[in-house]
Design a binder for this molecule. Structure first.
Ligand SMILES: [Zn+2]
Length: 113
């Protein structure tokens, strides 16, 4: 005499996990439950993968911001080199930087961008 997983007598030809299902183990219900678990695992995996992708993208955006700031700083220093000492040291940094941005804008417009 065999038993189901609950310790009850198992009728021959019935699933030991689903004793009401007249199919031997693993029955179609077993497969359906297995599939549910697999789907949940897959969704969780996909969720983590998506989070990693988002994290990676955020880091790339940060990196681009930094490299933009770096290239702006280099451009600004170059532009300052072309100023007279009076222009350069007679104005505060904010003012000079605004003038630099205006200069950049004009440069871009000149290129037809
Ligand atoms: Zn079953």
């Amino acid at each position: 005499m065999s038993f189901d997983i609950y310790g009850n007598n198992l009728r021959s030809g019935y699933c030991e996990v689903h004793p009401d299902v007249h199919q031997s183990y693993p029955c179609s219900l077993c497969y359906a439950e297995r599939k549910k678990v697999d789907d949940a695992k897959r969704m969780k995996k996909e969720h983590y993968r998506q989070m990693e992708i988002n994290h990676q993208r955020d880091m790339e955006i940060e990196e681009q911001k930094h490299s933009f700031a770096r290239s702006q700083a280099i451009g600004f220093n170059k532009w300052c080199d072309g100023l007279t000492d009076d222009q350069r040291y007679g104005n505060d940094y904010e003012f000079l930087y605004k003038k630099f941005l205006l200069y950049q804008k004009k440069q871009q417009e000149g290129k037809g961008e």
